[in-house]
Design a protein around this ligand. Structure first.
Ligand code: PRP
Length: 212
């Protein structure tokens, strides 16, 4: 039997994902050591391998089959646009992708103003403005603390993740429009889905049964 390899997005999500996998009997003791610098963890008995990767790299590993299964946020899945099967919504890490800015920027949305939109998610931002709103905008890619952009005048609005809304509130910004709901998803390599169908289907079925 060959290994089934899981790629998990580093951070909070990985911890929650491992807890869920543990509840369906997929465990990895090695991975619980928080001080380890090891990159790959193995459950020899069950023939599972696990590795942590930067969230934006998880869809890449899965598309190329370096991992059979990935667990990563829907934001990253949409932004990366890889060929994958999205098979399960873990229901954790729930948040929303939104267009945000000062209340005064609301008037600039939906018209023909060529506004600037800052985002860590340029593809999602572009898709939303061009294909949903049919508004031509200039997208500016940032890598973090995106809320700064409208405050210092880099852009009129941002497209970013809103979870509690605290970051917006504390910076005098607000949700202007919702783009989509987000949460952690399980994705599967398209070839693995065929070649390892029995084992992967069993994992998906057990995950789905957790909800009830
Ligand atoms: C995310 C996101 C928002 C914030 C939203 O940033 O980009 O800034 O969290 O959460 P809230 O609605 O609960 O305030 P993250 O902390 O991941 O870091 P970043 O600013 O470097 O992107």
């Amino acid at each position: 039997m060959r290994y089934i390899t899981f790629a998990l997005a580093k951070g909070r999500l990985a911890k929650k994902a491992m807890e869920m996998l543990e509840r369906i009997g997929i465990t990895c003791e090695e991975m619980k050591d928080e001080n380890t610098r090891k990159l790959i963890f193995v459950n020899e008995e069950l023939k599972f391998r696990f590795f942590l990767a930067k969230a934006s790299d998880v869809p890449t590993y899965v598309e190329y089959g370096a991992a059979d299964i990935g667990i990563v946020g829907k934001d990253t899945i949409l932004e990366e646009g890889r060929d994958l099967y999205e098979v399960y919504d873990l229901g954790v890490g729930k948040c929303r992708m939104c267009v945000c800015g000062p209340e005064s920027a609301r008037a600039l949305l939906g018209g023909h103003e060529l506004i600037r939109v800052a985002s860590k998610y340029p593809h999602i931002a572009k898709d939303y403005f061009y294909n949903v709103k049919h508004q031509t905008v200039e997208i500016i890619k940032l890598n973090g603390s995106v809320e700064l952009a409208p405050i210092v005048g880099l852009s009129e609005v941002i497209v970013d993740i809103v979870e509690t809304g605290t970051t917006l509130r504390e910076n005098g910004l607000t949700v202007l429009e919702e783009v989509c709901d987000l949460s952690a998803r399980m994705v599967v390599n398209q070839v693995s889905m065929k070649m390892e169908n029995a084992r992967i289907t069993e994992i998906i079925d057990k995950m789905r049964a957790l909800d009830k």
